[in-house]
Each structure stands twice: as C-alpha cells, then as structure tokens.
Write a protein that binds this ligand. Structure first.
Ligand SMILES: [Zn+2]
Length: 40
C-alpha cells in the first residue's frame, strides 16, 4: 500500500492531492479552478 501524501486545502481544509484542484471546493493555488471557467 502506497501512502498518499495529501495537502490540506487552504480554502476549505479538505484533504486534496498536491498540485491538484481541491475536489471539495475547486480551489488550487489560491484560485477557483473547479470548472476551468475564467468568467468571474
Ligand atoms: Zn478546498
């Protein structure tokens, strides 16, 4: 079994994959990239 290193989302505190958008809130690197839409 490979231990997976998870990062904590600074936005919602959910465990997420490093260098991946948070599956819970869609935040990554301080931005919401959930839908890939830049329309804000
Ligand atoms: Zn999050």
């Amino acid at each position: 079994m490979t231990p997976m290193t998870l990062a904590e989302c600074p936005q919602c505190r959910a465990a997420r994959m490093p260098h991946r958008a948070c599956p819970s809130c869609g935040y990554y690197n301080g931005r919401n990239v959930a839908t890939g839409s830049n329309a804000d």
